[in-house]
Each structure stands twice: as C-alpha cells, then as structure tokens.
Design a protein around this ligand. Structure first.
Ligand code: GLN
Length: 533
C-alpha cells in the first residue's frame, strides 16, 4: 500500500518547503523506496502558465507539456525522475473540474459545496499518483501557509484522508520557523506553537516538525517545542540555514528525519542510504579548482526565482567541470551598444535568457552581437536563440529590420515568425508548443560534441520559430541549423561554426538538468567559458 506524506508550512512563506519535501524524498529514494512529490497550490489560476515570473518565479514545464510550479524543478533535480501534469494541482484546476462536472449534471441535483465536493476532488487528486502502483511513497507539498483562508480546503482534505487511511499510512510534516531575536539572543518558539495550534484547530496534529533556524537548537528548545506541540523530541527536527540547497538532504539525514518517518509509517528500512553520486557531486561543488564568470542577460533579473532552473543548471555543470560558476544577472533593459563592453567586462561567456514580449529585447540583441563579434562563448535559450537569429539577420545578412513578429508584426524580414499551428490560437492558457519534442542533431556540430548522439528530446514552451524561408541565406552566411525537429523541420538549434562556442536552442535545456545528470549543453558551455580564460 502506498504511504502518503503531507508537507505543510507555518509562520511565514519562503521557508523552503519544496527543498524539504525534495530532501525527504531523496533520502527515502536513497533507501530503496520509489517516491514521487506533488505540489498543491492554493491560487485560482488553473496553472502557473499565465503568471508573470515576478509573481511566483519561473514556470517549469514537464515532458507531458504541463506548465507547473518551480518546485517541480527541485523535485526533478533532486530525484532525477521526471514529473508530469498530475504532480501539480491548483485550486483553479480543482474548481474547473468540479464546475465542469456540475454543468454536465454529474451531481444529480445536489447543492455543490466546498465540503464535500471541493474537498473530495482534492482528495481524489491527492491519491491519484499513489493509485498508479508505481510509488511506495507519495509526498504532497501544500503551497501557502497554514492559516491562509485559501489553504483551508486542503487542510480539511488532509484531515479526512488521515482518518480514512489511518495514521500509519499518512503523515503530516509541518515546516516552521524559530526566529532568533538578536536583542534577547534567543530562539523563539511561540510562532511555532501558534502555527501548530492553527493546524490543531483544523483537526490536524502534525507528526513531525521541521524547524528552520539560523542557530542550532539546544536540547532545551527541542524539548520545549516537543512539549507544547505534543511531540516526542525526536520528531522535532532542526533545519539550519544551509550554504547550498544540495546540503539539505544530508542535514536531514544527520537529524534522522528519514528514520523518524519510516518508523511512523511502519516501513521497514530497506537499505542504508545510497548517496554516493550525491556526495560526489557535493564534493566537487565545494572544492572547485577555478572560477568562471558568466553573464545571464534577462529582464526579470530582480527576482532570482525567475531563472531558477538556469541558475541550478550552472551549479550542476560547474560541479562536473570542478569549477565555480559565478553568474551575474544583467538586466537587458540596461544594455545598449554604448555600454555593452563595460557591462560585460570580465565575463567568460554570456547566456541570453528566455522571455516574452518587447521589453528588453534590444539589449539582448546588443549582447548577442557583442558575444558574436568578440568570440565570447554564447548560449541562447528560446527567446535567447531567437535574438541570435535576429542579430545575425540584421548585422551579417543586412536585413536591417529583421525581427520576430512577436515584437514587430510588420517587419519586412520576419526571421522569427509565429508557428503555423499557433495562428488559430486565441486562448492564452496552456496553448503554446509545450513539452517534449524530438530533435535530430547533425554530427559535425557543437551540440553533437555535447550530447554525443544524434537523437535527443527536449522540453519546449514557445509560439514563435525560426522562419525556414530564410534558412539557406543563413546557412550560406555561416549560421547553421544543427538541430531540427524530424517531423516538422522546425529549427531547434542554431550554431556559428566559425565561432568558439555559439549555440542557440529553441528548447529549454535548463529544465532537464539534474544533480545526477547535468545537462550536456550547460556542461559544454561552461567548458567553453573555462577555455575562454
Ligand atoms: N517569446 C518567444 C516565443 O513564444 C520565446 C519564448 C521563450 O523564451 N520561452 O516563441
């Protein structure tokens, strides 16, 4: 029978529930259990696809084309197992299902209510992955903070499931904060007590408390938290601030969080945790032999979560190369042809980030030109690749108003144009070219040197594409399509072979980089940047 672990959060947001959930999953996986993690988000958007990155950070895309919360990225990076649409559910999706059923008459004249209809739909979805028979343990992270009005139906659903499944099959891990008051030089437990009280008022006694803290917790504090929250001391887990998110599984191992969970779920320990690959990665991450400086050019740079997967991919690729990658986020709106040399001074390579819309586009194009003309390693992702095509069109082919029709509908040189299948699309949510598509790589290319194979599959999220009407012109002038979709001919990768390392990709390699499988293109790009030094 599948066991269920629910992870809730109290006191404040941003305590790192996603990392704790992923760390617990990693430890259980390392002991031989098959584990998956799902995220339930209390907002009313049907999925995060229509959200501006300033709201909740990047939108993470799965192989099956779901636009999801960025925590799914952590789950995949930690577990090295793909997630899917079923791993991310929002209140919007729950209501959409219930309201659609109501319109179909499925409720047979009943009044449709939050309890039981919304909570039943939440419970159905909470159990869905477990019912596939693929997983020993399903971890469900509940977004938001306990006490928020919008998370109430989720908490009620957990309460009911616990009753239905029994305590030994269903566990609640509550993540909370022990703030340190500098003036009193003390860690304070009251906010934690209050947040547990909040859960108790909803009928849930948490089984384990994970306490985020800036200072180690003493035995006294542990006992105090345990006493006031009805727990034994071993169920109060210290989660000190970590240097890297990748330290957290080992910190939780030291706290024996995995063993406490196994015993509460009456699971027999299958084996000692096998974490060799993880520890090797950490060893390399902590002992770099050199440093490279890479500029990431984007327009959401104020918010570090907006480019989460790219930053993490650099951490993975850096570790493989035993190199510390220092990423400088540079705002594309601040780059002009006058200051570009100054802005990119000291950089060993540049990555132009994905994005949508006009804002900041010219700065990105200027940055591409600088990299191309100065033989500086260049990596363009999605919009970044499209900018490379636009720049080449303008400067090398002399198509002075070369552009994407996304930014300039009336350009006479639409080198990037709306995909044919997108022309009829009017709805915004979930309608881009999303998810995994195949790409055939030409043997004599930088991409092939990275992947060492000709057939790959990568994830996508775009509406525009390289306009194949210009392909011959580009290839004659030295920008080659080295990767294409075998079915549609859509250009997936462009390269300039005469350049040291100039690669643009229409897909999102950053979504498939994991600790145990760093993405080949990021690894190759970092290597090229090291070469630049
Ligand atoms: N805006 C571009 C498109 O839709 C690029 C999208 C992206 O960078 N994810 O094609």
């Amino acid at each position: 029978m599948t066991k269920y672990i629910f992870v809730t959060g109290g006191v404040t947001s941003s305590l790192g529930k996603g990392i704790i959930a992923a760390s617990v999953a990693k430890l259980l996986q390392s002991r031989g259990f098959s584990v998956t993690i799902q995220k339930f988000d209390p907002y009313i958007n049907v999925d995060p696809g229509t959200l501006n990155p300033y709201e909740h950070g990047e939108c993470y895309v799965t192989d099956d084309g779901a636009e999801t919360d960025l925590d799914l990225g952590h789950y995949e990076r930690f577990l090295n197992v793909p997630t899917s649409q079923a791993n991310n559910v929002t209140t919007g999706r729950i209501y959409l299902t219930v309201i659609t059923k109501e319109r179909e008459g499925a409720y047979l004249g009943k009044t449709v209510q939050v309890i039981p209809h919304i909570t039943d739909e939440i419970k159905r979805r909470m159990l869905l992955l477990g019912q596939t028979g693929q997983f020993d343990i399903v971890i469900t992270e509940i977004g938001g903070t306990v006490g928020d009005i919008e998370s109430l139906p989720y908490i009620e659903a957990i309460r009911q499931l616990r009753w239905e499944l029994g305590n030994e099959n269903c566990l609640v891990v509550h993540l909370t904060l022990l703030p340190f008051l500098a003036a009193a030089k003390e860690l304070k437990t009251k906010p934690t007590q209050h947040s547990v009280k909040e859960l108790l008022m909803s009928g849930i006694q948490p089984d384990i408390l994970v306490c985020r803290t800036e200072h180690a917790i003493t035995a006294d504090i542990r006992r105090k938290v345990a006493l006031f929250c009805n727990l034994d001391s071993s169920s109060v887990i210290e989660a000190l601030d970590a240097e890297s998110i990748y330290d957290v599984p080992l910190m939780m191992l030291k706290e024996k969080l995995d063993l406490v969970i196994l015993s509460k779920l009456r699971l027999v320990d299958r084996s000692e945790p096998k974490l060799t690959a993880w520890k090797n990665f950490l060893g390399k991450l902590k002992n770099p032999t050199q440093v490279v400086h890479i500029a990431v050019i984007g327009k959401y740079v104020e918010l570090q979560d907006a480019y989460k997967s790219i930053s993490e991919s650099f951490i993975h690729a850096g570790a493989v190369n035993e190199c510390r990658v220092k990423v400088s986020m540079i705002h594309s709106e601040h780059i002009t042809s006058y200051n570009v040399a100054e802005k990119l001074k000291g950089m060993n390579g540049i990555l132009v980030a994905p994005g949508f819309g006009e804002r900041g586009i010219e700065g990105k194009i200027v940055a591409v030109r600088y990299a191309r003309e100065n033989n500086l390693p260049f990596f363009g992702i999605c919009l970044g690749m499209q900018c490379a095509v636009i720049e080449f069109g303008r400067t090398v082919l002399g198509l002075s108003d070369a552009h994407s029709t996304e930014m300039m509908l009336k350009t006479t040189s639409p080198v990037i144009d709306l995909m044919e299948e997108q022309k009829q699309v009017t709805q915004k949510g979930g309608t881009m070219r999303l998810g995994a598509y195949d790409c055939a790589i030409k043997k004599d290319s930088k991409a092939y040197n990275c992947y060492h194979k000709t057939g790959i599959s990568e994830r996508h999220r775009h509406r525009y594409e390289f306009n194949n009407a210009y392909l011959t012109q580009y290839e004659t002038a030295g920008m080659l399509a080295t990767g294409t979709n075998p079915d549609s001919g859509l250009v997936e990768i462009v390269e300039i072979p005469s350049h040291r390392w100039f690669v643009g990709v229409q897909f999102h390699p950053e979504l498939k980089s994991t600790v145990e499988n760093p993405h080949p293109l990021f690894v190759g790009f970092v290597k090229a940047c090291i070469g630049d030094k």
